[in-house]
Design a protein around this ligand. Sequence first.
Ligand code: HGY
Ligand code: MN
Ligand code: MN
Length: 406
Amino acid sequence: MSAVVDRLATLAQLGSHENGIDRALATVQERAAREQFAAWARERGYALAQDTVGNLFARRSGLREGARCVLVGSHLDTVPTGGAFDGAYGVVGALCALEALDARSIGTEHPVEAVAWAGEEGARFPLGCLGSSVFTGAYEERHALALRDASGTSLGEALASAETGLLEGVPMREDARLAAYLELHVEQGPVLEREGIALGIVTAIAGQRRYRVTVDGSSGHAGTVPMARRGDALMSAAEIVLAVERAALVAGETVVTVGTFAVEPNAPNVIPGRATFSVDVRAADDARIDAVEGALRTSTSDVTERRRVTASVERLESRAPAPMDPKLRAAVARAIASIGERAIDVPSGAGHDAMCLSRVAPAAMIFVPSIGGRSHVAQEETAPRDLELGVEALVASIVEVDKFVI
Ligand code: HGY
Ligand code: MN
Ligand code: MN
């Protein structure tokens, strides 16, 4: 078995249960994944560093004194009941790429660092791309550490705990200067498989916004309160949910997801007094996302006028569409051609840490196919030969990028 396949299998054990993998930021399972990454890096003699929000870096030195680093990586956390490839592949692939450079005695002008970004999925603390947002200055560290999970634990508290926190004996990263960023990832969609091509070069990452909507009504007896006198939080929420679905369909090329929904008190014979849900909207351009946000706000105020409820919409996160760097994309294309392989351009509907990195450095992404286009599910899978080819494409891309980015 190749190193990339073998290591992904090792990571897949961490947080694994009968319905998939749970490895949210600053949990025992996610910390174990960071420990595993650190162990692999130490074995190979790469210098390790971390930062205060749990980003972890393994550095292979460059030949040129003072050159900025080429950063290569992805994330180790998963969505609840997630799969073994989303994120983990890009982290393991980055380490394997450093090792391939060693094995082939290829020196690079720039130091090259494999990075495991903390909390990309936003599954526990309410911010996606948490680690890369803080690293790139898009989100303040103190605000990130103050974020609380559903049980009220802050990220700062979780990262201070010996069981779930920062790694012992790993120094803080000091040098944040970047030459370029590369991320290898599974496509999570159907295009590469459909086209029968193993490598994709990402053109742009769709914009995305996340919201929390809270509807407050009045709890009451399911059998006695007449329909006309109810302030049913769930029925009101249902109207809002369907309104955003309609708005996305009208906008076209727009996706909207209500992935969490909580009802209180959550009993069959009590009228729901509170409904809280998430809304995640994505499109390649901001105007379409604006249209869905408009519908979200209009339908929310509409239900508060027609029904006996109050409601609030909080925008938790907003990321503009992120085009990848044309020069870096061209370098990746040359690199892939240099190893005798073909690639096509593909857009990314999924979010990635590369969105954040692209604001501060040239960034590019390489995709490999996802079987059946499936991801964020336990069944997500990529063929071993495609995983290996992706790493080869990454190695060649590092070498190509190293030639011109100083
Ligand atoms: O939500 C996303 O698109 C990513 O998988 N975090
Ligand atoms: Mn994901
Ligand atoms: Mn991912």
